[in-house]
Structures are given as C-alpha cells and as structure tokens.
Write a new protein. Structure first.
Length: 434
C-alpha cells in the first residue's frame, strides 16, 4: 500500500510540474524507450552472435569507457555549479580545455589499443579499441551546450538526445548483426551515433565559443573537477573491474558470457539509475539550505526505491523464463541464468550509493566522495579476487555481497554528515537557483 501511495504521489508530481519529478519523468520515459530499442537489438544480436564476439566487443567498449570518463566530468560539473556572473568566462575557457583533453585521450586510447591487441594476440581487438576513440573528436563541439542545458534543468533535451542515440545504435546494431558483421555490430554504431548527440545539444542551446583560445581558467576548472574526475574514474573502474579480471585471468569467451548476463540482468535497471543520478545533481544544487537539500535527497531516494526495486525483484524472478525464450536456448545451456539473477540483485543498493555521491558533490566536497569511491573499489577488488577462485559465479556473488553490505552504509553516512555540517556561505551561494 505504501509503495502504491508513493508511486501515485510521484505521478501526481510529474503531472503538476515539480521540477525534479518532472525531469525524472522525462529521463525515466527516455530510459523506457531506450530499453525497448536496446531490448529488440539485444534479442536479435544474442541470437546471431557467439560469446567470443561478445567478449571482444565487451573488452573494446570497456577500455573506451575507462578512457572516456576522464572527459565526462572535466568541465560539466563546474559549469552547472558556478555562479551566474562567472559562467560566460568559464564556458569559453572550458571549450578549449575540452579540445586539449579530447585529443590527448584519443592518442592514449590508440596506444592502449596496441597493448591489448598484443596481449590477446587479436589485431581486430586493437582496431576496435582505436576506432572507438574517434568519438573524442565529436565531443568538444557540443559539451558546453550540454552543460548549459543541464544547468538550466532542461532534462527533456537530455532525454531526447539519449533516445536518438539509442535508436540509431539499435537500428545499426541489428542491421550489422544480420549482415554478419560479428562483434563490429556492437562497436560501429557507437561511433556513428556520436554526431547525433552533438546535433541535439547544438540545436538546443545557442552558445558559441570565442575564436581566441582562452586558458586563463583551466586551473580553476581542473581544480574543481579533479576530485570528481578521480571519483568517476574509480567508479567506472569499479563497474568494469569484473570485466578486466575475467579478460586477464579467464578468457574472452567467459567475458562474453558475463557481458551478456550483465546486460540482460542489469541493463534495464542501470539505465534508470543513470537517468536518476543525472536528474538528481542539479536538483540538489538548486537547494538553498542544508535542510532543503537533505529533504530533496530523502524524497529522491524514496522515489527511486518505489520505482526501481520492484522492477529488480520482478526481473530476477522471471529470468529463468525469459532468458531462453527471448535470447535463445544456447544462453540457457551456457549457464547464463544464475549469472543474470545474481547480477540483477546487485543493483538493489546502487541507486542509494549514487544518491549519496550526488549529495556530497552538491555540497561542494567531492574529495569526500573520492575517498568513498576508493574504499569501496578496494573492498570490491578484494571480493572479486577471492570470488575469481570459483570462476564467473564466484565473481558475480562477490559483486552481490559487496554491494549489499557496504553501499547502504554510505547512503546513511552521507545524509548524517550533511545534516551535521554547517555549510559556509560561499557553498550555499554556489549552488544557485536555476
């Protein structure tokens, strides 16, 4: 009854235009649409590709994600959080900083492509990693516009961008898989969809860069973002640590099976969590007092709990039925169902830890979140190393146990710390009203 009541309140808030619920509604609707597209693509691809193909694609995408994270939070978070009077100057400086970082990351990824190709003796793996790096040449053209759109709380644009990207990726993935492209069906669409992301944001916001290169505010931008970038790097490394361990100590076929199980079990839920955290950060920054920020934090967690947790349990219960029917009997024979259930259940506590990170960052103290990310990653690494002794199922169980035991503690401590902390005036003013 309580869950139904909270869901009803949430839907009422969306209809009446409350900013957080309305934005979460936009992002939630986008994620539902995205997951429908991805589900259709996954069903077709899963029936056409083998675990080895999934393994190559998983490793290439993992390396790209680990490098890409260095640019994702480099300038966006500061532009969302800064005062209105300094925004114009910071935007122009951030634009040129973005170009420098993207070119550097493109070269780094090309170097890593050579290393992984040599390690696995697979030239096609190295080529896939290198080709994915081309997306960095698209990012600077629209990153500032994306940050300004997020700052203005126009999450409908973000939802539109994600939906368009997913549609393009899904159609191309299906087309390439049917044509016999193998693992390239999961790689090439990522490159082609990147310009669509840029197109949406450039159309949504009229901001234009100055022609003169500006480096004056680079130290300030990097100074604010360094802890956020480091925290995001640790978070992304943690999210892909199991992939890396499997690739290094087992084989790409095992990685392909695990990658399939992860996407079948956590793909839908993780999409909702990502939409939720994207919406939550500007919503918390908008609060003008500690009490209001804590209130918004608690209400947001309650909302996501009512929406996501029932979906997780339902999906786990139905996994033995929908895996063979939807994706094919060969995944049932390969032993994917137990992996799907375990990985799916590990998502129960993820949104609460993500909420805690956004709360700490909105308070202007990303260093604390960085410490948390490091400690949790260390705990997970120890658990995965132990679980590795029992193969894929040991890794999945280690992931589940570590998340359920540690993440709720951080959510509680973040709220307790924020409540006891007297915010300094500059911190309150920096989280402006948008």
């Amino acid at each position: 009854m309580n869950s139904a009541k909270h869901i009803k309140q949430y839907l009422t808030a969306v209809l009446h235009g409350k900013s957080f619920s309305k934005n979460l509604g936009y992002m939630g609707l986008a994620q539902i649409t995205n997951r429908i597209f991805r589900l259709i693509a996954s069903i077709i691809v899963a029936r056409l590709l083998f675990p080895e193909d999934y393994g190559i694609a998983a490793l290439a995408l993992t390396v790209n994600e680990l490098i890409h994270i260095f640019i994702r939070g480099a300038v966006v978070n500061k532009l969302v959080q800064c005062n209105e009077t300094r925004l114009t100057k910071l935007c122009h400086s951030a634009y040129w900083l973005n170009w420098l970082l993207c070119i550097a990351l493109l070269l780094i990824q090309a170097g890593l492509a050579t290393v992984f190709a040599w390690w696995h003796d697979l030239p096609e793996l190295g080529l896939a990693i290198a080709v994915l790096g081309l997306t960095y040449l698209v990012l600077p053209s629209a990153t500032i516009q994306a940050a300004l759109t997020l700052r203005e709380n126009r999450l409908s644009t973000t939802a539109k961008s994600e939906t368009l990207q997913t549609l393009i990726e899904s159609v191309l993935t299906i087309t390439l898989a049917i044509s016999g492209a193998g693992f390239w069906a999961l790689v090439i669409p990522k490159i082609i969809a990147a310009p669509a992301w840029a197109m949406v944001y450039r159309k949504a916001h009229a901001w234009k860069p100055d022609k003169a290169v500006c480096t004056k505010y680079w130290p300030e931008l990097l100074g604010f973002s360094k802890h956020i970038i480091a925290g995001d790097v640790i978070l992304t490394l943690r999210n892909h640590l199991d992939y890396l361990l499997i690739a290094c100590f087992l084989d790409l076929k095992s990685l392909g099976l695990y990658f399939f199980a992860y996407n079948a079990g956590l793909g839908v839920t993780q999409g909702f969590i990502n939409a939720y955290t994207t919406t939550l950060y500007p919503h918390l920054c908008e609060a003008q007092s500690t009490q209001l920020r804590i209130h918004r934090y608690r209400q947001a967690m309650l909302t996501i709990a009512c929406v996501v947790i029932p979906v997780i349990f339902l999906q786990s219960f139905l996994a033995p039925f929908y895996i063979p029917i939807i994706f094919g009997e060969h995944w049932l024979q390969a032993g994917a169902v137990p992996l799907v259930i375990i990985i799916c259940l590990s998502a129960v506590t993820r949104p609460f830890a993500e909420s805690a990170s956004q709360l700490i960052r909105a308070n202007g103290e990303p260093r604390i979140d960085l410490i948390w990310q490091c400690l949790f990653t260390l705990a997970l690494a120890i658990g995965l190393t132990i679980g590795l002794q029992w193969g894929l199922y040991g890794i999945a169980l280690a992931t589940l146990i570590t998340h359920l035991c540690i993440q709720p503690l951080y959510a509680y401590l973040a709220m307790t710390y924020t409540r006891s902390k007297t915010l300094k005036p500059w911190r309150i003013s920096s989280c402006h009203h948008m």
